[in-house]
Design a protein around this ligand. Structure first.
Ligand SMILES: Cc1cc2nc3c(=O)[nH]c(=O)nc-3n(C[C@H](O)[C@H](O)[C@H](O)COP(=O)(O)OP(=O)(O)OC[C@H]3O[C@@H](n4cnc5c(N)ncnc54)[C@H](O)[C@@H]3O)c2cc1C
Length: 413
């Protein structure tokens, strides 16, 4: 390592991407100092269980943490929890966090994203929740008592996962969605229809094409959601799940290029060679798709954490995998491979009524994405095919008499 690179690495944000970058740096032999500045009171933890098993009370807080506190001590990571970085001075290579000033050789910005706030009157009433952090989840869980009326705004993955848990905990659940269908931003109509029907079967009331006008309250506590058409839906608690905004302001104010995310190259490097960004806050090239963008997933945070560490260590770039994601609702394990933007055809393999099927998204006969419900082999092969830009014969893909592993092998001949 060059002298300059053995100086301190400073990481802003103590989440999934930060935890991975630090671990990869130490595993890769980085000997310099590492400072981790996180504005939450917690060591880095995983967020996915917050809308799944943790919310249901089936996953202890201890298990959320990637590493116990001692690990950071042993790895000589100076953890500055409960501390918020407020400014980056690139000319002097400093991070300012209130009264504290940290000098860096390399800086990793891993600040994640924050929930978009409901743009309606009443959004700040008691009983209205976001779901991003462990503390959010703990507050929400405490309010989720059987028999209570929950209104969930937004039918994306987090909203629907929370709806599933709330139903399983015997709350009355209504989901409000502005778009004509659930999962409108992330999934095709086939998958959306399946999930909508499943939630209704489980007793969730789903209203699509609806516009929330206001949240009504009494004595400071939310009591109802009022729609633009006047409909009033009683609520003991409201969960807002209407998307997230990347925490890119620190970078932007320091003159680092941002456009819906901190812009990076394949190694996670920004337009400043000493500054890197990783995770939900970063927008990077998607090598399998010939374009760039921002992803909100565990795989993305882990992969970028590894890429950044390798770049800082001067090691070869790790192989970039096809993007992937998952969502658990009821007994349905959904695994998503790839990015479906721009598909021109979908093929459903298997019968949704069996609760085991996959929707493949094709663009010019190439698979660009797949949503696999209770179907791990379809998910794993789709990931492989996307990475290899395989062409498929659509009729073979939809024919369950042909084993999935043989679909591409034989269609190529
Ligand atoms: C409820 C929930 C369920 C999810 N489920 C799934 C799932 O099933 N599958 C999946 O793949 N992904 C899931 N995700 C997404 C996944 O958790 C995120 O993509 C991942 O956590 C991103 O990691 P990150 O390190 O970029 O950001 P984060 O984990 O959000 O960490 C960023 C940290 O930086 C802190 N920070 C921000 N600004 C500053 C500052 N100025 N100074 C100091 N600290 C700062 C933040 O407070 C936060 O602690 C889920 C997310 C949520 C919230």
């Amino acid at each position: 390592l060059e002298a300059e690179e053995t100086r301190q690495v400073v990481v802003i944000g103590a989440g999934q991407a930060a935890a991975q970058a630090i671990q990869s740096l130490r595993q890769g032999g980085f000997q310099g100092g590492i400072a981790l500045i996180g504005d939450e009171p917690h060591y880095p933890y995983q967020r996915p269980p917050l809308s799944k098993a943790f919310m249901k009370g089936e996953f202890d807080e201890e298990r959320l943490y990637f590493r116990p506190a001692e690990w950071y001590q042993e790895a000589r990571v100076d953890c500055r929890l409960n501390e918020r970085a407020t400014r980056i001075d690139r000319s002097q290579r400093l991070v300012i966090a209130g009264e504290n000033i940290y000098s860096y050789g390399k800086l990793i910005i891993a600040t994640g994203a924050r929930p978009r706030k409901l743009p309606v009157p009443g959004a700040d009433l008691a009983g209205v929740f976001d779901l991003r952090s462990l503390d959010d989840a703990s507050r929400l869980r405490a309010a989720m008592k059987p028999g209570k009326k929950a209104v969930i705004i937004g039918a994306g993955y987090i909203g629907l996962e929370a709806a599933a848990v709330a139903r399983q905990m015997n709350l009355e659940v209504t989901v409000l969605e502005m778009a004509p269908r659930v999962l409108a931003r992330v999934a095709g109509p086939e998958l959306a229809a399946f999930y909508e029907a499943e939630h209704k079967r489980q007793g969730v009331s789903i209203l699509t094409n609806c516009s929330l006008a206001t949240l009504e309250g009494k004595d400071g506590q939310v009591t109802a959601a009022r729609l633009a058409d006047g409909t009033r839906i009683e609520a003991d608690l409201v969960l807002s799940g209407i998307g997230i905004i990347p925490n890119e302001e620190l970078a932007r104010e320091a003159g680092i290029a941002c456009a819906n995310g901190i812009l990076t190259d394949r190694d996670g490097r920004t337009n400043d060679q000493h500054v890197f960004a990783a995770g939900d806050c970063a927008a990077r090239p998607f090598v399998h798709y010939g374009r760039a963008g921002r992803l909100e997933s565990v795989h993305n945070a882990i992969e970028q954490g590894k890429l950044v560490a390798a770049a800082i260590l001067g090691q070869n770039r790790p192989v970039e995998d096809c993007p992937w994601f998952w969502s658990d609702q009821y007994d349905l394990k959904l695994q998503i491979a790839g990015l479906n933007t721009g598909y021109d055809q979908t093929i459903t393999r298997g019968d949704p009524a069996t609760r085991k099927f996959a929707v493949f998204y094709l663009k010019q006969s190439r698979i660009i994405a797949a949503d696999a419900v209770n179907s791990p082999p379809e998910f794993l092969l789709a990931k492989k095919w996307i990475a290899a830009a395989e062409k498929v014969a659509p009729q073979r893909l939809g024919d369950t008499s042909i084993p999935i592993k043989d679909v591409v092998a034989q269609s190529a001949t």
